[in-house]
Design a protein around this ligand. Structure first.
Ligand code: AMP
Length: 436
């Protein structure tokens, strides 16, 4: 699309690497940075002031073997096709393997999921089946994605993982929980239901992960999180990941983490470095036509994620696209779980090239190969821009981010530019621009 101008376990645990590795150096740099008594400002890690690209350059010498991983894990990572750890992995994995509590500040697409799933698998490999790790995530989509990540890296270890979320029946989850499972990935609401019915106990829990903590708090999950953590003994390892660090997340970290190391990738609020940003000034009533116009120029292999502000807006855009001859799916909260899963699966498989979503799809979703994110409506919060844009340009791939800006959205775009610390190029398309 143009313009682009701008026992049952077999995986024996290998001894941890004793030699000081490049990764140890990176981890030690983080570890030797002043740790706040109870955390929690993201400043202490020296890496914090570097951009993602600079960090990638710094950690580019580090290999997975340097991180002290088992042979089984190295084989899984090779199968996944990963040649080197991402900066968050290079920093976080050695610290997590040492059993440290950790606060990871990482934007989407940085490889943060593997930064916690890899050490968890290493820790649990070879042990008896008891529920030893719990990962709390804000949405069912993210739950499934974390579960997939665990399955991908734990092949052959015999570790069992289950994801537990609402919107589906209880029975299968109840049976799996009662049978015993090593790792649970859950949304807080549904997990509370199972805890109340005593389908699961956390007596043996060793590792707790709060993933996308900012998002969980945004969604009002604080009371559920408190109730769940109250069931877990304090001698656990706690890892907290968040894209942003508002005071509420700092308070959560202060409450639940013990002397955490803070690992930050990319400057706060920085948008993914591999994304080209453009703003299209366009009168509101011409946004649909501009979308179709840009899609006409899209390559056959382009896969496009369009964000709208409202559910009705998403449905309207889908109808309009269909009228124009494009197959598109909508993803929003009024769709059933099955519809959402099918829409995502089709999009992931490349069967549909166009997905129109509200912010439900904004964070965490790992859909690789998205070439374009189009903000049909300018997001209401600058942080949301960063998260939406995080859908493209993931793990060092390149992507385009187009934002349609009508007159009453100009102020919001300026705010976004301030927050991400860069001006976004304006692209004027004759016939669609403000001047016509
Ligand atoms: P995440 O930020 O966890 O959502 O991960 C973003 C994407 O990066 C996912 O598709 C991962 O499979 C991929 N990924 C994670 N680690 C690596 C790595 N070391 N090398 C290449 N891709 C990776």
């Amino acid at each position: 699309m143009s313009p682009r101008t701008p026992s049952r376990r077999t995986g024996a645990r290998s001894p941890r690497a004793a030699r000081p590795s490049a990764a140890d150096v990176a981890a030690d740099a983080a570890a030797s940075a002043p740790t706040p008594a109870v955390a929690v400002t993201p400043e202490p890690v020296a890496e914090a002031s570097l951009t993602l690209a600079q960090q990638e350059a710094r950690t580019s010498e580090i290999t997975f073997a340097d991180l002290g991983l088992s042979a089984a894990m190295l084989a899984s990572l090779a199968t996944a096709g990963y040649s080197r750890p991402t900066p968050i992995q290079a920093q976080a994995v050695p610290l997590a393997l040492k059993g440290r509590d950790l606060m990871g500040l990482a934007q989407t697409g940085t490889g943060k999921t593997a930064a916690f799933t890899i050490p968890i698998i290493e820790r649990l490999m070879g042990g008896a089946t008891r529920t030893r790790a719990l990962i709390l995530t804000p949405t069912r989509e993210l739950c499934q994605q974390v579960e997939e990540s665990i399955r991908k890296y734990s092949g052959g270890t015999g570790l069992d993982v289950i994801s537990v979320y609402g919107g589906v029946g209880y029975e299968a989850q109840t049976t799996a929980l009662k049978n015993g499972v090593d790792i649970i990935v859950a949304t807080p609401g549904r997990l509370i239901d199972h805890l109340e019915k005593q389908h699961v106990v956390f007596d043996d829990l060793e590792v707790l992960v709060l993933d996308e903590a900012d998002r969980m708090l945004d969604m009002g999950f604080a009371p559920q999180i408190n109730r769940i953590v109250a069931q877990i003994h304090p001698y656990r390892q706690t890892l907290l990941f968040s894209a942003t660090m508002p005071p509420e997340v700092e308070a959560l970290a202060r409450k639940y983490l013990r002397k955490p190391q803070v690992v930050q990738v990319g400057r706060r609020s920085q948008a993914a470095a591999t994304v080209r940003h453009c703003v299209y000034p366009v009168p509101k009533h011409k946004k649909m036509d501009l979308l179709v116009h840009l899609l006409r120029e899209a390559g056959a292999d382009d896969s496009v994620l369009v964000f709208t502000r409202t559910k009705h807006g998403a449905d309207r855009v889908v109808r309009h696209l269909e009228d124009a001859g494009y197959a598109a799916d909508a993803l929003h909260a009024d769709k059933t779980q099955v519809q959402r899963e099918q829409a995502l699966a089709r999009f992931k498989a490349g069967e549909t090239k166009l997905l129109v979503a509200t912010d439900i799809a904004q964070r965490g979703l790992d859909i690789s190969g998205i070439t374009h994110v189009i903000n049909f409506d300018v997001p209401q919060q600058a942080e949301d821009y960063v998260h939406r844009i995080g859908r493209t340009g993931r793990a060092a791939k390149e992507g385009d981010a187009f934002t349609f800006m009508c007159a009453d959205e100009i102020g919001m775009v300026r705010t976004i530019e301030r927050v991400i610390g860069q001006e976004i190029a304006r692209i004027s398309v004759p016939g669609f621009d403000f001047g016509t």
